[in-house]
Design a protein around this ligand. Structure first.
Ligand code: ADP
Length: 468
């Protein structure tokens, strides 16, 4: 998951939790506000009912109460609330809203009422469909009805339906708005995060575009974290560059230093072989010294070459691929008894350094010959913006597990055998470095017993301008 997605999701997650908590808090506040109002209304209504009953009994109750108020006065059975609970007791007066129905509390509610003098509870009135839910306030009262003073309990209730509907409506509107806000915030967060990360992506692009040699990244003019990051990276790059240069210098010095004694050894061995009478055993020994010194000479010059690869100045010019291939064929044709075939489109040009590309091709052909090829096929293909050159042979082939490592320095398929054949194990690494310096690539395919094919790509070019 990208950093951008992670930050966006985190922001959205936080916002979601905040909106959810806010929603619950608002709903709670609204609920308590609405219920507080309802309780106030019920308290007020209970006082009014008592007043009306004391004034004139049922007739006034019918005229003076709002139609949505459910009120009932029940006779108070002194210490036996279960009587009231089971049957609703004896109802003395009822509001018109109740009709023939009764307000019946649960037994524990009656007990509370009798003990505390009042109770708040919810009562369901049977109705078609869902029962009607009421918030009921009960209190002890004394009312005089028809001249007699009755001790009883007064229950007043109002339906909570409207209130619950208001709360449900609020929840729906809030959820819709919250979803919209969440969606907009997600879009906005994505944009803002993308903008905030842009400088980092810019640094990554610059670092990616960097060539094999570490170069300092352009420092942004701002004074922010990205500038600090670029400065830190540049510090690290310059330390790397120093280490890299020190290593290269060491390799170059070592190679130069090794060349002089090697030249001396070869000179003296050559002299001894040509000019002095030798026994057969001495000659054989000197031949071995000569062969090994030559091999070491190649190794040293390859090492020197590779150590300088960071500083190569490739000056590409348009080159006709057919000419390049023909030159290599010519070079090997003299010493090679097998067949070298060349096949390339007439008008195929690449941009490259002629000597370096010749070096690559010569290395590939010499590897093919070392692998016992009887036939080498040099082919080139035009792929539009690039050209692919392929060196195919029918040599011994390379086991598959070695293919990914062939271009590593000092990698040999069969150490003893390849050393015998005079290789340094650096040829393909040099070829790869040369091709990468040209902006190309190299890869290998092979089948043991059938042969190998090494292909490389190079940027294509138009023909050179005609000389004036
Ligand atoms: P060297 O300079 O020793 O030839 P390279 O880097 O050119 O080293 O090649 C690495 C190894 O890859 C060689 O040791 C050889 O075993 C193997 N190799 C390269 N080309 C071929 C080929 N055409 N056929 C078989 N093996 C090959």
């Amino acid at each position: 998951m990208t950093l951008r997605t992670r930050i966006t999701l985190l922001t959205a997650g936080l916002l979601f939790v905040t909106l959810l908590l806010l929603g619950f808090a608002l709903e709670g506040l609204l609920r308590s506000f609405l219920y507080r109002n309802l309780r106030g209304e019920l308290l007020e209504a209970s006082n009014q009912v008592v007043r009306l009953l004391n004034l004139g009994g049922q007739a006034l109750l019918e005229a003076g109460l709002p139609p949505s108020l459910y009120a009932e006065v029940q006779l108070l059975p002194e210490e036996n609330p279960s009587l009231l609970a089971r049957e609703g007791g004896i109802s003395l007066q009822r509001s018109p809203a109740l009709g023939s129905q009764r307000l019946v509390l649960k037994e524990p509610d009656y007990r509370t009422l009798l003990q505390a003098g009042e109770v708040w509870t919810e009562v369901g009135l049977p109705r078609e469909g869902r029962p009607l839910s009421l918030l009921v306030y009960g209190r002890k009262v004394e009312v005089s009805l028809g001249g007699t003073v009755w001790k009883g309990i007064l229950l007043v209730g109002k339906p909570t339906e409207d209130l619950e509907a208001t709360l449900a409506q609020f929840a729906r509107i809030y959820a819709g708005t919250a979803l919209l806000v969440l969606f907009l915030a997600l879009l906005l967060a994505r944009r803002l995060v993308a903008r905030a990360l842009e400088p980092l992506e810019w640094v990554a692009r610059k670092a990616e575009a960097m060539s094999a040699r570490p170069e300092p990244l352009p420092e942004p003019e701002t004074e922010d974290e990205v500038a600090a990051l670029v400065k830190a990276l540049n510090g690290m790059l310059s330390r790397l560059q120093e280490a890299f240069e020190a290593q290269t210098r060491f390799l170059q010095d070592a190679s130069h230093e090794l060349r002089t004694p090697l030249t001396a050894i070869l000179g003296h061995v050559g002299y001894l072989l040509r000019r002095t009478p030798l026994t057969e055993a001495q000659r054989e020994s000197l031949e071995v010294v000569k062969r090994e010194a030559e091999r070491m000479g190649k190794l040293v010059s390859d090492l020197l070459d590779l150590s300088q690869s960071g500083t190569w100045r490739i000056e590409p010019v348009p080159l006709r691929v057919l000419d390049l291939l023909e030159e290599v064929k010519e070079e090997f044709a003299k010493s090679f008894e097998g067949e070298i075939r060349v096949e390339a489109p007439e008008g195929l040009y690449v941009r490259g350094d002629p000597d370096r590309l010749h070096q690559v091709l010569a290395n590939l052909v010499s590897n093919a010959l070392k692998a016992g090829a009887r036939r080498v096929w040099l082919r080139a293909f035009d792929l539009g913006d690039k050209a692919v050159v392929r060196v195919e042979d029918d040599g011994e082939g390379i086991p598959e597990e070695h293919l990914p490592h062939l271009f590593e320095r000092f990698y040999r398929v069969d150490k003893a055998r390849d050393r015998e054949r005079g290789g340094s194990g650096l040829g393909l690494a040099i070829a790869k470095a040369i091709l990468e310096a040209h902006g190309g690539e190299i890869w290998a395919e092979s089948e043991v017993g059938k042969g190998s094919a090494f292909s490389f790509s190079l940027p294509a070019s138009g023909p050179p301008p005609p000389p004036r």
